[in-house]
Design a protein around this ligand. Structure first.
Ligand SMILES: Cc1ncc(COP(=O)(O)O)c(C=O)c1O
Length: 365
């Protein structure tokens, strides 16, 4: 049974993948992973038992913390670098420059070491110290810069572009508007979810930073079946919920403690994404779920993973029992240890009461 399903999956994949060169090989082999690049993608799909039992659905999540660099952004990082190489703009010893809230930078920095490039990262200076320390540890040159809107020339993305332009043999990978980002998810995350659920997935839901994950997985799913629902999970304070619900680029109330997700604009990666519905998820719910994932399911992850699972539960309830809803656990909680798992910080943010009582003992002060 399993082997015949696998063969059907192989056929479906071969007929739908634009570049079928090594996806099947990557998905189906238990081979030795070749270096760091081999550690990008092919992550396990986990059924979250407690929330699945509660909803009567299978809520399944890709273990994106299992990528070599520890987050979903490793996939985009690999495709962004590969594009620079393929286009002849990045040659041996060259420099990769990016504006990133952290995780893409960590993926890029690992890959630059493994592939023989230098790495320069511009990031907003409100990001967690763990991520900055990690980037420096990996040898990246990091510029934390003041937080200013995208249309300000000093926005971290524009600073990254100018830096790359000032160097020879350098690329600005431009994760927000370079669609090589979503291509990573069209060619890897989407096919993996389809194959791992044996084509039974009914809905996918993801929070969006660049929009690469949601758009790429969504596009792949609609290619496989128009019936798969593609649902955007937006944190409070982002514009995308209002944009996809009412057509207005207006922020929802508040601002979010989640990192790496939430947007003030429609990026090129999000343009044309086949989004059926948007949900606005409150920090109180995302934080509560992050701790439930730790206590009830056993996973130590960041708040964007909590937000994804809150959305998946909402979607499962909308669809009713018997459906399969897929999302991802984006990264590990270790990256947010100093803040999200700190009693004082949670109190300052008004989020302490969202931590389930049985988890209070897990917090540090
Ligand atoms: C922790 C985390 N979760 C989710 C995302 C969103 O992924 P995407 O940029 O593909 O929308 C990011 C992006 O940086 C992230 O850092």
């Amino acid at each position: 049974m399993a082997s015949s399903l696998r063969k059907i999956g192989q056929k479906i994949l071969l007929s739908h993948c634009k570049r079928d060169y090594n996806i099947l090989q990557r998905l189906l082999s238990n081979d030795v992973r070749k270096g760091f690049v081999g550690m990008v993608g092919r992550t396990p799909l986990i059924r979250l038992n407690k929330v699945s039992e509660e909803t009567g659905c299978d809520i399944v999540v890709k273990a994106e913390f299992a990528n070599g660099g520890g987050s979903v952004k490793d996939r985009a990082a690999l495709f962004l670098i590969q594009q620079g190489i393929d286009q002849g703009r990045l040659k041996s010893g060259g420099t990769v420059v990016e504006g990133t809230a952290g995780n893409t930078g960590i993926g890029l920095a690992h890959l630059c070491n493994a592939m023989g490039f230098k790495c320069v990262i511009y990031m907003p200076n409100n990001q967690s110290q763990e991520k900055i320390d990690m980037l420096r540890l990996l040898g990246a040159v990091v510029f934390p810069v003041p937080v200013v809107p995208f249309d300000d020339p000093d926005n971290y993305n524009h600073q990254a572009r100018r830096h790359a332009e000032s160097l020879d043999n350098a690329v600005w990978t431009n994760q927000f508007d370079n669609t090589a980002n979503r291509q990573a998810h069209i060619e890897t995350t989407g096919p993996e979810i389809w194959q791992q659920t044996e084509g039974k997935v009914n809905a996918v839901t993801f929070g969006t930073g660049t929009g690469g994950t949601l758009a790429g997985v969504g596009m792949y799913m609609k290619e496989m079946s128009k019936d798969v629902k593609v649902i955007l999970a937006d944190p409070q304070g982002s514009v995308l919920y209002n944009y996809f619900t009412h057509g207005k680029l207006e922020r929802s109330p508040g601002s979010s403690i989640t990192e790496g997700i939430g947007q003030g604009r429609v990026t090129d990666n999000l343009k044309g994404a086949p989004i059926d519905e948007a949900l606005c998820i409150m920090d109180t719910d995302a934080v509560s779920m992050t701790f439930r994932l730790l206590k009830d399911e056993g996973f130590f992850v960041g708040a964007s993973s909590g937000l994804n699972v809150v959305a998946a539960v909402q979607v499962a309830k909308q669809l009713g029992p018997g459906h399969v809803v897929a999302s991802c656990l984006c990264d590990t909680g270790q990256r947010y240890y100093a803040r999200l798992f700190n009693r004082t910080w949670l109190k300052e943010k008004g989020l302490f009461d969202s931590v389930p009582e049985e988890c209070h003992g897990f917090l540090h002060s």
